[in-house]
Design a protein around this ligand. Structure first.
Ligand SMILES: [Zn+2]
Length: 286
C-alpha cells in the first residue's frame, strides 16, 4: 500500500525534477523502448476518445529529448544485444508503434526517415488493408454515432500492404500484434498461442523478414511461462508494456508508453527509469 502510494505520488515528482543522465546511470538502463500508436494534429474519432496521441510538435520534442541522451538502434542491433551476440555500449533506444495505423505512413515515417531513426510497427493481421476494425475503435466511433463500417471504407484508418512494403524499403521493421487485438487475459492459452502464431505467420509470409517479432495486445501481464515456451521456437522477440525490463533470457522486452500519462518525454523516460530502479530495490528487499 505504502509502496504503491510512493510509486504513484513520489516517483512522478522526482521524475519531474531529476536529470535524465543521472537517472540512466542510477537505473543502469542501456536500452529503452518507447512506444506510441500514432501522431496526429487532427482529431481522430476512432482514437481520441480512447487516448490522446502526440501532435507533430510534441513528437518532435520527444525525439529531441531521446536523441539528446540515447542513440537510435534498429531491430537487428536489439536482437544481437538481447541474444548476447554484440552488446550495446552507449545508452540506446528503439521506437515502436502499435495497431498499424495509417498515420505511421502519412506522418511518422517521413519524420523518422529524415532523422535516420529506425523503428518497428506492430500490425494486427485482421486490420491490415482495412479488412476489419479494432473493436475498441468501433466502440469509440459508435458512441459518437459514426457508422463504423462506412468510416472504415471511407477513411481507411489502417496501413495497407502496399504502404507497409514501401515503409519496409525505408528500413522499417514490421512486427505482429495478434490477429484481432483481443484481451489475452480473457482467452484460453491455446487461443493466445494460435492468435500469436497466426499473426506472426502472416507477417512472415507477406514481408519476408529475418526476424519475427510480436507485441502483446493491451498487456503482457498475466501471461504464463508456458505461452512463452510455446511461441519462442517461432518468435525471436516479444514485447510488452509497463516500463523497462528484460525477461525470459532477454527475449521478452518491456516498453515505455509515451501516450499514457500525457506528459512529455522527459517525464515519461525519467519515471520509467525510476520505476526500474524501484523494482530492483523492491525485489532485492524481499
Ligand atoms: Zn495495440
Amino acid at each position: 500500500m505504502i509502496m504503491r502510494w510512493l510509486k504513484n505520488n513520489i516517483l512522478p515528482f522526482i521524475a519531474r525534477h531529476s536529470s535524465t543522465t543521472g537517472l540512466i546511470r542510477y537505473a543502469g538502463a542501456d536500452l529503452i523502448f518507447p512506444f506510441y500508436h500514432t501522431v496526429s494534429d487532427e482529431y481522430l474519432p476512432h482514437i481520441h476518445p480512447l487516448y490522446r496521441p502526440k501532435t507533430t510538435k510534441e513528437f518532435y520534442e520527444d525525439l529531441d529529448l531521446l536523441l539528446k541522451y540515447f542513440q537510435p538502434v534498429d531491430i537487428d542491433t536489439v536482437y544481437s544485444h538481447c541474444s548476447g551476440i554484440k552488446t550495446i555500449v552507449r545508452p540506446s533506444f528503439h521506437l515502436s508503434f502499435d495497431d498499424g495505423l495509417r498515420g505511421i505512413y502519412d506522418i511518422v515515417t517521413p519524420i523518422l526517415y529524415k532523422k535516420g531513426i529506425p523503428f518497428t510497427v506492430f500490425v494486427n493481421s485482421d486490420f491490415v488493408d482495412n479488412r476489419n476494425l479494432f473493436f475498441r475503435h468501433r466502440e469509440a466511433l459508435e458512441v459518437q454515432s459514426i457508422d463504423p463500417d462506412a468510416f472504415l471504407n471511407e477513411k481507411r484508418p489502417y496501413l495497407s500492404t502496399v504502404q507497409l512494403k514501401e515503409m519496409q524499403r525505408k528500413g522499417v521493421h514490421i512486427g505482429a500484434h495478434s490477429t484481432d487485438h483481443a484481451h489475452y487475459n480473457f482467452l484460453e492459452e491455446k487461443q493466445q498461442i494460435s492468435r500469436t502464431l497466426e499473426s506472426c505467420a502472416f507477417v512472415k509470409k507477406v514481408f519476408e523478414q529475418k526476424l519475427t517479432t510480436f507485441a502483446f495486445p493491451f498487456t503482457d501481464t498475466g501471461i504464463s511461462d508456458s505461452f512463452f515456451e510455446a511461441v519462442y521456437p517461432v518468435v525471436d522477440l516479444t514485447f510488452g508494456i509497463s516500463g523497462i525490463y528484460f525477461r525470459h533470457n532477454g527475449r521478452h522486452i518491456g516498453r515505455i508508453d509515451m501516450e499514457k500519462y500525457g506528459c512529455n518525454a522527459r517525464e515519461c523516460i525519467n519515471k520509467a527509469l525510476l520505476v526500474k530502479k524501484y523494482r530492483q530495490i523492491w525485489n532485492s528487499s524481499k
